[in-house]
Write a protein of this length. Structure first.
Length: 433
C-alpha cells in the first residue's frame, strides 16, 4: 500500500473515531501513531509519541495558554464581568436593543482579558440574560446575542485561537494577537448592527428601557472597570511595543488580575481552587489536542498528502481566491461538527502548505481562519456556545440556534472585508510585511 493510500485510510479512520465519540486529541495521536508505524516502524512511532507529549507539556512558550485562561477566570472571580456589563448597559441602553448591544459591548470588553469564547459566553450569559429577561426581550435575540458575543473571545486579543494557530504554523504569536485587534472590534460593531436592524424590523423583540441614566452616573461607572483598561494595555500594549513576549505579557496580566482580586476582597480559598481547576482542565485539554496534532502532522508529512495537495491546488486553472473560497466553505461545514480548536489542529497541517503555495500572507490567513472558527461556535449541531447558553438560560438549543444564526451574516461580512482589504488585519505596525 503506497503512503498516500495509507494517509487517506488514516484520515477516514480519524473521522470514524470522532464519529464514535473518541476525544480529538486521542484520535489524532492514535491514528498518527499507527500511521507512522505502518509507514516506518513502531520503533520510530513510539519515540515520536513520547516526544510529542513531553515537549508539548514542557515547552516554555506554551505556558501562554494557561496564563490567558487564568486571566479570564480571575476576571470572573473579581467581579470585573459584572462591572463591564454595568458600564456597557449605562452607556448603551437607550439605543434600539440597548441591552443586547450592551451585551456585545461587555463581551468585547471581557474578551480583551479572556482568550476563551466559551468562558466569555458563559460568564456574560449569567450576567446579561437575567437583565434581558427582566425587560421582556425576545428569547432568540437575548440568547443569540450572548452566544454570538461570546465568539469574540476567540478573536479579540489575547486569544487562545491565535496562540494555537501560531503554535501549529510556527508564526509569531505576538503578530497574530495584534492582527486580531481591528477585525475583532469590527466584528463586534457588525454584531451591534445586526441587533439594531433586528429591533428596527421587530420593535417588540426588545422593549425600550425607560430608565434614563445621567451623564455623571455614566462617567462614574467607568471606575468599576479601570482594571480592565489597565490589564489590556499592559498585555497588548506590552506585546505591541515589543516590551514583552506573549508569555511574559500573559504572566503580567494574570499577576495583575490576581492582585486586583485580592484588592476587591473577592479571593477566597474556594474561588482560587475553582479558578485553578478550570484553568487546568482547559489547558490540559488543549495540550492533549496539540500533542495529538503533532503526531498526526508527522504522519501526514510522511504520506506527502499536504505537499501534493498544495501542488495540485496551485496548478489548477482557478484564481487563488476561488480556492480560498472552497477552503472557507469546508471550514464552515466542519464547524457544524467540530469545535474550533479541534478544527484548527485537524485542518492546518493539510491546508497551511497550500495557503503558502498560493502566496497568501500567513498572518492574514490566521485572522480569516479564526473568524471561520468563530462561525463554527454558533452553527448547529455542535456549536459549543449554543450548548453553553442553552444551559445557562435553560432554554431549548433550537431557540438559541434560531437567534444566533442571524449573527453568522456578520461573520461572513467581516471575512469578506478582511479578504478584500487585507490591511484590516495587517495595518498595525509590526504586522505589515
Amino acid at each position: 500500500m503506497d503512503p498516500q493510500t495509507i494517509g487517506i485510510v488514516g484520515i477516514a479512520g480519524l473521522f470514524f473515531l470522532l464519529l464514535i465519540g473518541m476525544p480529538i486529541g486521542f484520535s489524532l495521536a492514535f491514528v498518527g501513531f499507527w500511521g507512522i508505524s505502518f509507514l516506518t516502524d513502531i520503533s520510530v512511532a513510539l519515540p515520536t509519541l513520547i516526544r510529542s507529549f513531553f515537549e508539548t507539556f514542557t515547552t516554555y512558550s506554551f505556558t501562554v495558554i494557561p496564563l490567558f485562561v487564568i486571566m479570564g477566570e480571575l476576571a470572573s472571580v473579581s467581579g470585573l464581568s459584572h462591572g463591564i456589563y454595568n458600564v456597557a448597559d449605562k452607556w448603551l441602553r437607550r439605543l434600539p436593543g440597548g441591552l443586547g448591544i450592551a451585551t456585545i459591548g461587555a463581551c468585547a470588553g471581557f474578551a480583551a482579558i479572556c482568550g476563551s469564547s466559551v468562558a466569555t459566553a458563559a460568564t456574560l450569559g449569567r450576567v446579561a440574560l437575567p437583565e434581558m429577561k427582566k425587560y421582556n426581550y425576545d428569547t432568540r435575540l437575548s440568547t443569540g446575542s450572548v452566544a454570538a458575543g461570546g465568539t469574540l473571545g476567540f478573536l479579540i486579543p489575547p486569544s487562545i485561537g491565535f496562540v494555537v494557530y501560531g503554535i501549529l504554523t510556527e508564526q509569531s504569536i505576538g503578530k497574530l494577537l495584534v492582527s486580531g485587534f481591528i477585525p475583532g472590534f469590527l466584528l463586534a460593531f457588525a454584531y451591534i448592527l445586526i441587533i439594531i436592524v433586528w429591533v428596527l424590523i421587530n420593535p417588540e423583540a426588545a422593549p425600550s428601557n425607560p430608565e434614563k441614566v445621567r451623564f455623571g452616573d455614566k462617567v462614574k461607572s467607568l471606575k468599576n472597570v479601570w482594571e480592565l483598561i489597565v490589564v489590556f494595555f499592559l498585555v497588548m500594549g506590552g506585546i505591541y511595543l515589543g516590551f514583552f513576549t506573549a508569555t511574559e505579557a500573559g504572566a503580567l496580566g494574570a499577576f495583575f488580575l490576581f492582585i486586583v482580586t485580592i484588592m476587591r476582597k473577592k479571593l477566597t480559598w474556594l474561588s482560587l481552587v475553582e479558578a485553578m481547576t478550570a484553568t487546568t482542565r482547559v489547558s490540559v485539554m488543549i495540550f492533549i489536542i496539540l500533542s495529538g496534532a503533532y503526531i498526526f502532522t508527522y504522519f501526514m508529512a510522511l504520506t506527502m498528502i499536504p505537499m501534493n495537495l498544495s501542488l495540485y491546488l496551485s496548478e489548477l486553472e482557478l484564481s487563488r481566491y476561488a480556492i480560498l473560497a472552497v477552503i472557507l466553505i469546508a471550514y464552515l461545514i466542519l464547524g457544524c461538527f467540530l469545535d474550533a480548536t479541534s478544527m484548527m489542529v485537524l485542518t492546518l497541517p493539510v491546508i497551511f502548505p497550500t495557503i503558502l503555495k498560493l502566496g497568501f500572507d500567513p498572518i492574514w490567513f490566521g485572522v480569516i481562519s479564526v473568524l471561520m472558527m468563530e462561525a463554527g461556535l454558533i452553527t448547529p449541531p455542535l456549536g459549543l456556545n449554543i450548548f453553553v447558553i442553552s444551559g445557562v438560560a435553560d432554554v431549548p438549543m433550537g431557540t438559541v440556534f434560531k437567534g444566533a444564526v442571524f449573527f453568522l451574516f456578520a461573520i461572513f461580512i467581516v471575512v469578506f472585508l478582511v479578504t478584500v482589504f487585507p490591511w484590516i488585519a495587517l495595518f498595525l505596525p509590526g504586522v505589515m510585511r
